[in-house]
Design a protein around this ligand. Structure first.
Ligand code: GDP
Length: 197
């Protein structure tokens, strides 16, 4: 799939105000600073669509972007901020969970993890929750340009080992780099395939 148009539609902190026109939704989520905005901009060929910032915790809203006038790319708030107050953190979690649980057109959730890091409880617990609740998801290992091939495959192997403690098989996963464009075709093709079925 080629993305020919990407339009910002709305930012929301109230799930009830999210679009109701029944278009397919593909959401992106991850810890703050994981490279989510950069990835969204890379996928959509749109440098300024999602805001890149060095300040963790800036995306506090659910952002809907209409892609090719056909489906929604949803930028969800990052989780696991170190620099926001606890009650704010709880509010984010509620927003995230109520979005995920209340969107029947959510086809897939892409959970982003930084490929340089070892499996972290926060991400693994979140995936566990998704599994228990039957939410379809895949993993995107971001910032692959920051690691050599050997280290990258070791880190992904460590993730597999961790997940296979609780899962029968590894969820589908992608490897991406916003700098080089790695993973773009694979991620967009997976969206294309599931959007047709
Ligand atoms: P977000 O908080 O998850 O939206 O993360 P951002 O997209 O704002 O990125 C956080 C930082 O990581 C920024 O300094 C980006 O330039 C950098 N970054 C994001 N993706 C990549 C990548 O694929 N490769 C490299 N080398 N840096 C990246």
């Amino acid at each position: 799939m080629n993305i020919t148009s990407a339009k910002f539609v709305m930012s929301n902190s109230d799930i009830r105000k999210c679009p109701t026109d029944n278009k397919a939704e593909y959401a992106f989520i991850g810890r703050s600073n994981v490279g989510k905005s950069s990835l969204i901009n890379m996928l959509t060929n749109h440098k300024g669509l999602a805001k890149i910032s060095t300040k963790p915790g800036k995306t506090q809203l659910v952002n809907h972007f209409l892609i090719n006038d056909e489906w929604y790319l949803v930028d969800l708030p990052g989780y696991g901020f170190a620099k926001v107050a606890k009650n704010t953190k709880q509010r984010f979690s509620k927003l995230i969970f109520s979005f995920i649980e209340s969107r029947p057109n959510l086809i897939n959730l892409f959970v982003l993890v930084d490929c340089r890091h070892e499996p972290q409880a926060k991400d693994v617990d979140f995936m566990e929750w998704l599994g228990v609740n039957g939410i379809p998801f895949s993993i995107i290992f971001t910032k692959a340009d920051k690691l050599g091939k050997q280290k990258l495959s070791e880190n992904i192997k460590a993730y597999k080992t961790e997940l296979l403690n609780t899962w029968e098989e590894m969820p589908p996963y992608f490897i991406s780099s916003a700098s080089s464009g790695l993973g773009k075709d694979e991620i967009l093709n997976s969206i294309d395939e599931t959007n047709k079925t």
